[in-house]
Design a protein around this ligand. Structure first.
Ligand SMILES: [Fe+2]
Ligand SMILES: [Fe+2]
Length: 402
């Protein structure tokens, strides 16, 4: 091709996004900033890239499951850079090895049980130096060890490996293998993968922090439950039983999302007010309260105790309702009818039935009470739904003691 032809060809190349002229060998469009690699210049390829990027961004912001997040990053980098495979290796707690977390491609699963020592091979060097490495022909690069190719049967021709760093700390490395374009990896690919690795590292860091919070939160709830149940020997297992039964009844009555979560946490902590009730224990370690008034007010005390915790705000309102009845015969406020939410009715119905069992009532007697007091003590629809649940359980041996 003559010089004039080359110039003409370069001038013909335009951005698939804004159609502005692209300078020769540009990696990004100077007009709109879109990536300008060969496959992105094709209209379909461009749309695929944008779609992939949007989909990945959605995933990064909505996924708190670290494993799912990493899989998504691996797949996206493989697809968007048009490669045959990708892998993500994370740094272990001792900061001495990388372990495979994700390995896509047909043979990916085979290598995931192996570890890479820091400094070993390309990935180990990237982790050690925190500098990216591009190799467009591994047969000419002595840093490449073919160990994992031998193990997996995969034939690596080219690779691009970048560090994943968040808050100055190395999280792992992200690698893509065998660029389908024969020209190999270019600076645009490198820059894109480094950006993706940075995003991924931050998302992993956030997900780990959130996981830590969730773990702390659920441990705190468990400690509170054991404190509540230790107040009275008859309470053993009561909180989890109420939560399990209230959740399944809530689902059956159409509750979902936040309403179902509020019900679950309210059920777990419904008797938390007993922690503030003064009393003593008899020989059977049954709590004798100082005054009957305390039994009457434990629902409001409990609601007040959790009301300052933002994630338990919805649960707080339900805790206050857990002894109110449909006909106004409950306590502490004697609410009735529409003054009580459906979640409140679910919780008070389950609590009432649990109390009957604690007092030695048989399942037949509990079923009888649900039927005879529907529309009086119990909300008719809630009582009917719970009656059905209990009847099904009594007919299924595996569910009988659920
Ligand atoms: Fe209770
Ligand atoms: Fe209670």
């Amino acid at each position: 091709m003559g010089e004039a032809e080359k110039i003409q060809k370069a001038a013909d190349v335009s951005c698939a996004h804004c159609h502005g002229a692209l300078p020769p060998a540009a990696h990004f469009c100077p007009q709109c900033g879109s990536p300008a690699d060969d496959h992105w210049r094709q209209p379909d390829g461009h749309l695929t890239f944008v779609h992939g990027l949007l989909s990945l961004a959605r995933g990064l912001s909505s996924t708190q499951d670290v494993d799912a997040l990493l899989k998504r990053i691996g797949q996206s980098s493989e697809q968007m850079l048009l490669c045959e495979a990708s892998s993500i290796m994370l740094l272990d707690d001792e900061k001495e090895h990388l372990y495979f977390k994700v390995a896509t491609g047909e043979k990916g699963g085979i290598v995931t049980r192996y570890k890479v020592k820091l400094g070993e091979g390309i990935a180990g060097r990237v982790a050690q130096t925190r500098e990216s490495i591009v190799v467009n022909d591994v047969s000419k690069d002595e840093r490449f060890g073919a160990k994992y190719d031998h193990i997996s049967g995969f034939k690596t021709r080219s690779l691009l490996c970048v560090p994943m760093i968040a808050g100055g700390e190395l999280v792992g490395v992200l690698e893509v293998l065998n660029k389908k374009n024969p020209d190999g990896f270019n600076e645009g690919d490198l820059s894109f993968l480094e950006s993706l690795a940075g995003l991924g590292a931050v998302a992993i860091g956030n997900a780990r922090v959130m996981g830590g919070f969730r773990n702390f939160y659920s441990n705190t709830i468990e400690i509170l439950i054991s404190a509540i149940e230790s107040r009275d020997l008859r309470m053993a297992g009561h909180c989890f039983r109420v939560a399990q039964r209230a959740s399944s009844l809530g689902r059956r009555l159409g509750l979902e999302g936040q309403a179902l979560k509020d019900l679950y946490y309210a059920a777990l902590l419904h008797d938390i007010g007993f922690l503030k009730v003064a009393g003593s224990w008899n020989a059977s370690r049954v709590l004798i309260m100082e005054s009957p008034h305390m039994e009457q007010t434990h629902a409001l005390i409990g609601a007040e105790m959790v009301s300052g915790i933002s994630i338990l705000k919805g649960a707080s309102g339900l805790i206050a309702l857990h002894h109110e009845n449909y006909d106004g015969s409950g306590f502490p406020r004697g609410l009735k009818g529409d003054e009580i939410s459906i979640g409140g009715y679910i919780l008070s119905t389950i609590e009432s039935c649990e109390e009957m069992r604690m007092q030695g009532y048989s399942e037949e007697q509990v079923l009888g009470a649900l039927k005879s007091q529907a529309g009086q003590k119990f909300h008719p629809e809630v009582a009917a739904a719970y009656y059905d649940v209990l009847q099904q359980e009594s007919q299924s041996p595996s569910l009988k003691n659920a």
